[in-house]
Design a protein around this ligand. Structure first.
Ligand SMILES: *Cc1c(COP(=O)(O)O)cnc(C)c1O
Length: 338
């Protein structure tokens, strides 16, 4: 590790003492989207390629799972359980990580079993996960029952939080924020954008930024409307950033207005593409040969492009898009992309 990286890691040395399962191929690259910057006539656009974390086609859940599964292994568990949508990238990366670590994996996916497996769901099956289709129970409501059943048959189950977004999951993104700081001069950055949906990415990046006293604006683009939830998504991220901070004994409390969340791009709801999102996915594919996904990064990237086109970002600074992965679900949405 170089000097700068050493200095940065000391900002949160407790991270180095948490048990970790090695799953990713890190650091992921930071690249310049030169063609796109030229086409948009905007600021320099950078991209942090967490779509290239390496585990089973990559994505942001890999970083969270390193800490979460490190904990599971330390506790001697032999089975992991998590829940999500049928095209959940989190479930796909969990299934692959479990395969690598020799853990049995159970996935609770909302809805009915489809006739044909595709995208992430096809990969879940390939990684040998046990898939339970839970119909209208879409958020893991059936997990307690499954835990009891598995215990009765002698398993030692470990439940992974929705989206991997608990304090341990957020630690993966504190480390990611530190990693970014070793790769570029953040003083040139005016904005960082990313898709925010279960909050772990957001909470971790906020903590890294504040420990390193960086000044760029860190904005999550909210992906779903969070209907039927008891608290707003912003409050959820706020709770998670503070519980992660106290979990790590960081003695820092964050105010709700420090959580920057843009709700301006989610009107069509989760997984329903807008024209702007389709255009953004096609624009990046055709200008840079890089894939976005139809649910998360397509929406967040379209939001950033919109802000550049409206001249809402300073032209003499750099902006960075944090690519969180998800391309395997393109195949499941093939009819909606073009
Ligand atoms: C899960 C996911 C996100 C959202 O990250 P959170 O930490 O859950 O907010 C963004 N993009 C992709 C591709 C994802 O799979």
């Amino acid at each position: 590790m170089n000097c700068k990286a050493d200095f940065i890691m000391q900002k949160c040395s407790i991270l180095q003492h948490l048990p970790k399962a090695k799953l990713g191929y890190l650091p992921t690259p930071v690249i310049k989207l030169e063609n796109l910057s030229r086409i948009l006539g905007g600021p320099d656009i950078l991209m942090k390629r967490d779509d290239l974390t390496g585990l089973a086609l990559g994505g942001n859940k890999t970083r969270k799972l390193e800490y979460i599964l490190g904990d599971a292994l330390k506790k001697g568990r032999d089975t992991v359980i998590t829940a999500g949508a049928q095209q959940s990238n989190h479930c796909r990366q969990t299934a692959a990580a479990a395969a690598k670590l020799g853990l049995e994996c159970h996935l609770l996916l909302g809805g009915e079993q489809p006739v044909k497996l595709n995208g992430n769901l096809l990969l879940d099956e390939l990684f040998g996960a046990h898939i339970h289709f839970t119909k209208e129970n879409r958020k893991g409501e059936d997990i307690p029952n499954l835990v009891e059943t598995l215990k009765l048959s002698g398993h030692k189950p470990y439940v992974i939080h929705y989206g991997g977004s608990n304090e341990l999951g957020a630690c993966g993104f504190i480390e990611a924020g530190f990693e970014l700081a070793t790769q570029l001069d953040v003083k040139n950055l005016s904005h960082v954008f990313f898709a925010s949906s279960s909050g772990g990415t957001h909470a971790g990046l906020m903590i890294a930024k504040s420990l390193l006293k960086h000044n760029y604006e860190l904005t999550g683009i909210q992906i779903d409307k969070a209907e039927g939830e008891t608290i707003s998504f912003k409050h959820h991220v706020h709770k998670l950033v503070n519980s992660t901070s106290s979990f790590l004994n960081l003695q820092q409390n964050y105010a709700i207005n420090e959580v920057l969340l843009d709700k301006g791009y989610l009107e069509t709801g989760y997984g329903v593409l807008t024209e702007q999102e389709k255009e953004a996915i096609q624009l990046l594919a055709k200008s840079e040969g890089i894939l976005l996904d139809p649910v998360y990064t397509g929406r967040a990237f379209a939001a950033m492009v919109d802000k550049i086109q409206k001249r809402a970002l300073p032209i003499d600074k750099q902006v960075l898009f944090w690519h969180t992965g998800g391309a395997p679900s393109l195949f499941a949405y093939s009819g909606a992309i073009l």
